[in-house]
Design a protein around this ligand. Structure first.
Ligand SMILES: Nc1ncnc2c1ncn2[C@@H]1O[C@H](COP(=O)(O)OP(=O)(O)OP(=O)(O)O)[C@@H](O)[C@H]1O
Ligand SMILES: [Mg+2]
Length: 282
């Protein structure tokens, strides 16, 4: 293998230039994903979060720089080997037409199959467990095309879980989910992180969920640079939110967990006709 470096952390990127044809999304971008962390990436739309995740999963080739996985340049692995170590839930995916939920989730086992032993009991068990964890077992025979957005999102997550990798990169895993299912999916990620020691990297838009769940927060700003990173309790400040998102806010303690809770400043209402009467009331 080429590009061997000391195996300090399982996943890191060094000096990346990321671009699509002529559009450069990030230059000199470096990230270190702490082992066994629940890392959450936040940042405004189009700042490059998905692009970074794709590069970390080798779905996008950097114009410069390198991603290192388990001590070696990620480009030095065969695809199947990368997929046995790391799973990616992309922000958007398209299922093959007419495929059922069970068959789609089973595709998560592809990296584990060998030429002579195509489908084993452990594959069946992994698929069933993944569907159970995401609450889609009873959808197994339904065509993916017929599902609601939230059901479909849980099916895709299920496929990644069936891959049984100890590094999971999840691009907005809570999109389309109602609030109860959002919490369920994040709790599942927290369990994988706390009980199994998995390394989770998730892109989230809800800053308060990010602060509740992240052991490590990476804040990206437009231009694909890192504005701040570290534990949410030290990183999340009103100044940072205003600076990165342009949103005035207050940060208070989450009454449930004590983690930072971001409350946007109330907008100033325009003066309405009826307000005058109220204002004149002694
Ligand atoms: N396939 C593509 N071809 C060309 N440009 C792209 C492509 N995908 C993304 N971009 C551009 O790259 C930039 C970063 O996009 P990216 O999807 O990484 O943003 P993001 O931070 O994930 O945003 P969001 O919060 O909206 O998901 C954007 O300007 C986007 O328009
Ligand atoms: Mg994105």
């Amino acid at each position: 293998m080429t590009g061997t470096v000391p195996p300090a952390v399982r996943l890191r990127a060094e000096d990346l230039t990321l671009s699509y044809d002529q559009r450069t999304v990030a230059t000199s971008l470096g990230v270190v994903i702490p082992d066994h962390s629940f890392t959450v990436i936040i940042g405004p739309n189009a700042c490059g979060k998905s692009t970074l995740l794709k590069a970390l999963a080798r779905m996008l080739r950097p114009k410069a720089g390198q991603v290192y996985l388990d001590g070696a340049a990620i480009t030095s692995y065969r695809s199947r080997e990368v997929a046995r170590r790391l799973g990616l839930l992309p922000q958007t995916s398209t299922a093959p037409g007419g495929i059922t939920v069970g068959d789609l989730v089973a595709r998560g086992r592809y990296p584990h199959q060998r030429l002579l032993k195509q489908w084993a009991a452990e594959d069946e068990a992994a698929v069933t467990e993944a569907m159970r964890q995401t609450g889609v077992l009873d959808l197994a025979d339904r065509p993916v095309d017929d599902l609601s957005g939230g059901q479909r999102q849980r099916v895709w997550l299920s496929m990644v879980l069936a891959q049984q990798t100890s590094v999971l990169l999840l691009d907005e895993p809570t999109t389309y989910l109602d609030i109860a299912h959002q919490v369920e999916v994040l709790d599942l990620c927290a369990d994988l992180h706390e009980r199994k020691g998995h390394t989770i990297v998730a892109v989230l838009h809800d800053l308060n969920q990010a602060c509740r769940y992240a052991s490590h927060l990476i804040v990206m700003r437009p231009g694909g640079t890192i504005a701040a990173e570290g534990h949410p309790s030290t990183v999340m400040t009103a100044e940072l939110v205003e600076d990165v998102f342009g949103l005035p806010c207050r940060i208070i303690d989450d009454p449930e967990t004590g983690t930072p809770l971001m409350v946007p400043t109330a907008r100033k209402r325009p003066v309405m006709a009826g307000d005058a009467a109220v204002a004149q009331t002694p």
